[in-house]
Design a protein around this ligand. Structure first.
Ligand code: ARG
Length: 564
């Protein structure tokens, strides 16, 4: 719709003297199709144009009616309702979807810009929890959508591999660890030790000192500490990478927090030189009271570094070495203050790019309505969730389509897709609840439903035995076909909005709309049995839909099996 909105806006701008982009922003989709395809709320223009809405609508109607792209422009109660010339628009949309390499998503606003997207970032020696799952799949989708929008994107995993926690891990392993057991089942075993550490520390606070001691040893390069820590990382990474593979998630960089150990002095020194560091109870902090925030802790009283300091050093690295002008952090909402502080300190250091730093927060994920806490060992293992989803998907496929080729691969796509879609269809800041029966329901607003719709389109095309589809010149779509075309045409704006809001749910909702419109079309309009030129038009529309769905599914991280 971007192009046609541009055409309309240019005309409105000419007549009214308003800015084209302002008019584009005002164009709305009417609540129901009988009112037209687009509407301009003229009452919003009344003040600046010093005319009544009705008069404005009359005048604009007359000049818009002259455009070839428009069939009718009718004033109605302060609005100008616009109907597009259906045949020409349908041909344009369908042809572009089928033939253009970018299809209907084409958008290149990010050209020449570089973004670093920080996502997933699980903590070593801890299970990959469902909180990190949200970051992983939202982040992966943002990476893909920004690339589609022309950005050069570096996807980065800021692994939690440094900090006091590792002192605790080492202390716990020294006390109760068993090498054999850890080797056999690293994450679960290390996590057990960690949980035990917290339990015992409640009775014996001296343990906390032991943890701090070992972290200090780690920062000072103690060989034994380093050896254990490296081993924990290696084992954890192996397990995380298996999960990423299952999810179809990739990173351009694994740069954990430990990577910045030798890059923090520069930041600390600069803060000191600029007079930004003040002492606070033995620690060194940046005072942010002027901005209504608690101080940002830079160095602890024992001189060891801390999470925010590493984030300052890593921001510098992303900007200077990776060339980022846009820094995106996909991290749970509970870290809101942390990022506000870090971004503020960057600004106080005089970094221009501070204004292009965004914390993309998201809500909690619950399991059957229950919150999870890793501290208390109440944890759902992501790999278990995925394995179970894949198994359930396999059962459903066995039931629905036992003769399907490569059933296992499809079950993986469907099971994993179900988990991903359940997450992404919700506005990211809201909480997500997870129930197997809901996420795998083929009839709900689910991953299987949208994948199945795509497979259905593929199946129609297979049966048609044509590879080449084309919209027959002069064919005017019926109402149901038109409804689908209007949905498809919104791909470009959907991408832009999803990128602007850093919210894959915008894309997921679009996918659902397209699927609803396609299924309505499929159930009400015979495709293969129709006469020409209807048959060709419907096949071309099916092909155009298939392309849009395949790309959109990819953008939110779902596979698009051709058969299921
Ligand atoms: N590992 C951290 C956690 O689990 C998330 C890190 C997010 N990224 C960052 N640059 N701070 O809480």
């Amino acid at each position: 719709m971007k192009e046609i909105k541009g055409v309309i806006a240019a005309e409105v701008a000419k007549v009214s003297g308003l800015d084209e982009s302002v008019v584009i922003g005002m164009l709305e989709y009417p609540p129901n199709a009988d009112m037209g395809d687009l509407a301009l709320p003229c009452f919003k223009l009344a003040k600046s144009l010093r005319k009544s809405p009705a008069q404005i609508a009359e005048e604009l109607a007359a000049s818009l009616a002259k455009l070839n792209e428009i069939e009718e422009a009718a004033p109605s109660g302060g609005f100008l309702n616009i109907r597009l010339a259906k045949g020409a628009f349908a041909e344009h949309v369908v042809t572009k979807s089928i033939n253009d390499v970018h299809g209907l998503f084409s958008s290149e606003r990010g050209k020449g810009r570089t973004a670093v997207v920080d996502y997933s970032a699980p903590n070593i020696a801890k299970p990959f929890g469902v909180g990190h799952l949200r970051s992983t799949i939202i982040g992966q989708s943002i990476v893909r959508m920004m690339r589609e929008d022309g950005f050069h994107v570096e996807g980065l995993n800021h692994l939690g591999d440094w900090g006091t926690q590792f002192g605790k891990n080492i202390a716990a392993y020294m006390r109760w660890g068993d090498e054999e057991k850890v080797r056999a089942n690293p994450i679960r075993e290390l996590f057990k030790l960690y949980v035990r550490f917290h339990e015992e520390a409640e009775k014996d606070p001296a343990l906390e000192d032991e943890g701090r001691y070992w972290f200090k040893q780690l920062e000072e390069g103690n060989e034994e500490a380093i050896r254990l820590w490296k081993w924990f990382i290696e084992e954890s990474l192996k397990a995380f990478k298996e999960t990423y593979q299952l999810l179809g998630v990739e990173f351009d960089h694994y740069l954990g927090e430990s990577f910045y150990t030798d890059k923090m002095d520069a930041v600390v020194n600069e803060l000191r030189e600029k007079g930004l560091l003040v002492e606070d109870d033995g620690a060194e902090v940046v005072d942010l009271s002027e901005y209504g925030m608690p101080p940002c802790l830079i160095l602890k009283s024992d001189g060891t570094s801390i999470y925010p300091t590493r984030d300052l050093a890593s921001a510098e690295y992303r900007h200077r070495v990776l060339g980022a002008d846009t820094l995106v952090y996909v991290v749970g909402a509970e870290q809101k203050l942390h990022f506000q502080q870090v971004f503020k300190v960057l600004e106080l250091m005089g970094r221009d790019y501070a204004k292009n730093c965004t914390h993309v927060a998201f809500g909690l994920m619950k399991f059957n309505g229950e919150r999870l806490s890793t501290r208390r060992g109440h944890v759902v293992y992501l790999e278990d969730v995925l394995t179970k989803a894949i198994e359930e998907a396999a059962k459903i496929i066995e039931d629905k389509n036992p003769n399907l080729a490569n059933k296992q691969e499809v079950a993986r796509s469907v099971g994993v897709g179900a988990v991903i879609f359940n997450d992404l269809k919700t506005y990211r800041i809201h909480e997500v609840d997870f129930r197997y029966e809901d996420v795998l329901n083929f009839d709900g607003e689910t991953g299987p439903y949208v994948q199945y719709t795509h497979a259905r389109a593929c199946s129609v095309l297979r049966k048609a035995e044509t590879r080449e589809t084309a919209w027959p010149a002069g064919y005017v779509p019926n109402e149901i076909e038109w409804g689908l075309i209007v949905q498809l045409s919104q791909a470009d704006e959907t991408l832009e909005r999803a990128v602007d809001e850093y919210d894959p749910s915008v894309m997921a909702r679009f996918i659902l709309q397209v699927c609803h419109a396609f299924n309505r079309f499929y159930h009400n309009n015979p495709i293969l049995q129709s006469d020409e030129p209807t048959r060709s038009a419907r096949l071309a529309l099916t092909d155009a839909t298939r392309k849009v769905l395949a790309k959109a599914l990819y953008l939110i991280g779902l596979d698009a099996p051709e058969e299921m």
